[in-house]
Design a protein around this ligand. Structure first.
Ligand code: CAA
Length: 394
């Protein structure tokens, strides 16, 4: 009999500060509603100088390890497009910070915002091969665009950790996927840049084309019909993009994308992203968490997920929500991680983003700024040194 494999536990972390987009609207000389309504974004997470993708991923993962222990976790897959090293996997730092056994496989994966889904699918394959094996899937990113660019309003930062196992308690990955890959220059970040090169309008149209093509491939491979899904999750660079994507999916299925239908399908899953901003690889799963935390009971229902990564790769797949999943959720902790961020105005945001780490190889020590359980303490002889600030008790 086929083993059911999927998400056994899922946890969120984000950064220390948050900026209201009204602050950015003043600077950009536009109405705040352009961002609040036009993009569907209210705030964006701004990380502290001693926070990065490693500290956020470890903060999310620690909640899972504290509950389930580390012994069965034999693989850590960390997806990111804002990695801290060209060679060493950020997953190795996380393995050490969490005190995972040394008999662990730790790897970093990349394909823009699609990377988190690739990690989830590869994890499922490993668990199918050995159902006693548990995989820690981490998606962690800091979305940062050029100052005064159109993309600046969509910035954000977050990490999601997922424990992938046999007989999961939250959601079973359904068989079959719709896939789409096309070589497009809509958004990319050459090695010599700290911010991406973006053709924003092209990226929106390529994303929508990817939704259509991934859905067609899903249908061609015997996927569910649209009406069988109780809810929908999309990669969310900004929440309005999910509305555009869902409109396209409804239209190609002959359903009118009226406002009532769109809100009914999407309102629950956009709550967290609206407050966090884009978190690239983590964004789809931040949306999934938001859905699970806010929707009425989805036990036994199927949820559709559309993952998009610029460049581009997309995947459409389904998950079946496991009865009793609500007892496993960390709704209060997730809401607290978003609510406790320290508000910053525009000037402070600029100071924070300009406090970039030296790139000339010099050593430095960082003051403790964030409040998360882990921090980047120093760089010495080109090596990043992380520290546990405190342990989260869950
Ligand atoms: N009140 C209400 N709405 C308003 C408004 C106001 N006062 N002023 C403008 N708007 C609306 C506009 O009508 C528009 O709505 P529609 O999209 O429904 O037409 C919306 O606000 C945005 O306005 P513009 O199109 O003028 O916005 P822009 O050109 O300044 O920037 C963007 C939009 C191109 C998406 C830009 O934010 C960007 O480049 N973002 C980064 C790239 C991105 O996120 N791409 C998404 C697909 S790629 C992907 O998903 C991967 C990834 O993570 C990056």
């Amino acid at each position: 009999m086929a083993v059911a494999v999927g998400i056994h536990d899922i946890a969120l972390a984000t950064g220390h500060y948050a900026m209201d987009l009204a602050e950015l609207a003043v600077r950009h000389g536009v109405a705040a509603d352009k961002y609040y309504i036009g993009l569907g974004q209210h705030r964006q997470t701004v990380p502290a100088a001693d926070e990065d993708i490693v500290t956020m991923a470890a903060a999310a993962a620690q909640q899972i390890v504290a509950e389930h222990g580390a012994n069965d976790i034999r693989t850590v897959l960390l997806a990111t497009e804002t990695g801290v090293d060209q060679s060493k996997a950020a997953a190795v730092y996380v393995q050490e910070l969490l005190g995972l056994p040394s008999c662990t496989r730790a790897v970093e994966l990349k394909q823009a915002c699609y990377g988190g889904t690739s990690a989830l699918q590869l994890a499922a394959g490993l668990v199918h091969r050995d159902p006693g094996h548990r995989v820690l899937v981490l998606a962690s990113d800091i979305a940062k665009y050029d100052v005064d660019s159109a993309g600046e309003a969509t910035q954000g930062a977050a990490a999601v950790a997922m424990l992938v196992s046999a007989d999961p308690a939250v959601a079973v990955l359904e068989p079959g996927s719709g896939l789409y890959t096309a070589d497009v220059q809509d958004f990319w970040r050459p090695n010599y840049r700290t911010t991406p090169v973006v053709d924003g309008k092209l990226s929106v149209s390529v994303y929508l084309e990817a939704v259509e093509q991934a859905w067609k491939d899903y249908e061609a491979h015997g996927g569910r019909s649209l009406g069988e899904f109780a809810a929908f999750c999309y990669h969310q660079p900004f929440t309005k993009m999910a509305y555009k994507a869902h409109s396209r999916l409804l239209e190609i299925n002959g359903v009118a994308p009226d406002r009532l239908r769109l809100d009914a399908d999407l309102a629950h899953f956009t709550v967290y992203n609206r407050m966090i901003g884009n978190s690239y690889t983590a964004s789809l799963f931040v949306g999934l968490l938001s859905l699970l935390d806010h929707a009425e009971d989805l036990s036994g229902r199927s949820v559709a997920l559309l993952s998009y990564g610029s460049g581009c790769v997309a995947e459409f797949f389904g998950m079946s929500v496991v009865p009793g999943y609500r007892e496993r959720l960390r709704t209060a902790a997730n809401q607290a991680a978003i609510a406790r961020r320290e508000p910053v105005g525009y000037e402070r945001y600029r100071q924070l983003r300009e406090a970039e780490l030296p790139e000339d190889g010099s050593s430095f020590t960082l003051e403790s700024r964030g409040a998360g359980p882990f921090r980047l303490h120093a760089v010495r002889e080109h090596s990043r040194i992380y520290q546990a600030r405190r342990l989260i008790r869950v």
